[in-house]
Design a protein around this ligand. Structure first.
Ligand code: UFG
Length: 334
């Protein structure tokens, strides 16, 4: 039986997608070097799916190793999650980001070409829309990256566009994720940044809830939004994982580059997310208002209708479930 290679399959989005592929009896092989995920994810993912996982501990930049893996396994497609994702770190060390996110993707494509594997699902990001010109953001919205991390995602999308123009036998899908939060219902896998690396809102909420951080910093309450705080399109990680499974089916019967927004279409403020978390966990978090974080936009939410119509995918889980599952994961992994 043919398999799917998941680069970065032990990361937050990769591990949840892997759990769902397993549920659907789709065979996969994980290729990951554990540079940004803990080794314990392997065990927790195995417990989640109830079986052993086939994986290769190797670097995406190692083209020869990728060629070897492709040659020895019956791989027919790739989901390419492996990338660095910290905006802050990308500003401090942009070259590392270009090397891993862009260089790593080029290495993967070279290996795929060599072994004649032409089906690729790419993890892109809504960050490439920059400060939106209109809302909700559809796939035709102009693209402008406002930090090196965003640049790497944009550059890769442009590389993929040029690739499918030049070589007609490729089928590539790029999923532009909005803000995934939450965790698998069993609570064994979730968003688990390495200590000191937390910068997204939900992992910060969890750290404050657990007392690891004394206060939850809200970056700006003077935006032109209903309560002054930033608006994002938070999507349950299991809904996002489902988008991958449905995109894979689409990828098999398609060619060229196809791009989809993966979000709920609903804008939620920072305070609304915090309030929902407090409500479902019956808690009160200490909050301090800080100045705006540089590079943040006031609004970012999707028009997901293309994914709905074409992939027949839609989100099923609400904000309560996102917060509850994130909480549940945090208490099961003290
Ligand atoms: N925020 C806080 N306090 C925190 C962390 C975040 O107030 O401690 C606010 C931010 O200012 C923003 C919102 O919460 O208004 C969401 O911030 P996140 O860092 O969770 O997410 P971003 O929207 O900044 O970025 C995320 C990913 C990017 C991705 C982008 C796509 O980190 O990788 O979504 O829109 F590109």
């Amino acid at each position: 039986m043919s398999k799917i290679l998941l680069t970065g399959g032990f990361g937050y989005i990769g591990s949840h997608t892997a759990s769902l592929l397993s549920e659907k009896n789709v065979d996969f092989l994980i290729y990951d070097n554990f540079s940004t995920s803990k080794y314990s994810v392997l065990e927790r993912l195995e417990k989640t799916i109830g079986k052993k996982i086939n994986y290769v501990d190797a670097d995406i930049k190692d083209t020869e190793r990728l060629i070897e893996v492709f040659s020895k396994n019956n791989i027919n497609s790739v989901i390419h999650f492996a990338a660095l994702k910290s905006v802050r770190e990308s500003i401090i060390d942009p070259i590392k980001y270009y090397e891993i996110n862009v260089g790593g993707t080029l290495s993967l494509i070279r290996a795929m070409k060599k072994t004649n594997i032409k089906k690729l699902l790419f993890s892109s990001s809504a960050t490439i829309y920059g400060d939106p010109e209109y809302l909700p953001i559809d796939e035709n919205h102009p693209l402008r990256a406002i930090n090196p991390y965003g640049q790497t995602k944009l550059i890769v999308e442009r590389i993929l566009r040029d690739l499918v123009m030049a070589e007609k036998d490729w089928s590539i899908t790029s999923l532009r994720y909005f803000n995934p939060i939450g965790a698998h219902p069993l609570g064994l896998i979730g968003d688990d940044p390495l200590r000191g690396k937390t910068e997204n809102l939900m992992p910060s909420i969890i750290e404050v809830y657990k007392g690891i951080k004394p206060n939850l910093e809200v970056f700006g309450n003077d935006y032109d939004t209903k309560d002054g705080t930033g608006v994002r399109d938070y999507i349950h990680i299991m809904d996002l994982a489902e988008a991958h499974v449905m995109s894979l089916d689409y990828l098999m019967g398609c060619d060229g580059l196809n791009i989809f927004n993966i979000g709920t279409g609903k804008g939620i403020t920072v305070l609304e997310l915090i309030n929902t978390f407090e409500k479902v966990t019956n808690s009160k978090l200490p909050i301090i208002i800080k100045k705006r974080r540089s590079g943040d936009v006031a609004y970012c939410y999707a028009d997901p209708s293309k994914a709905k119509n074409t992939l027949k995918w839609k989100t099923k889980r609400d904000l309560n479930e996102m917060c509850l599952s994130a909480y549940n994961f945090s208490i099961m992994n003290e």
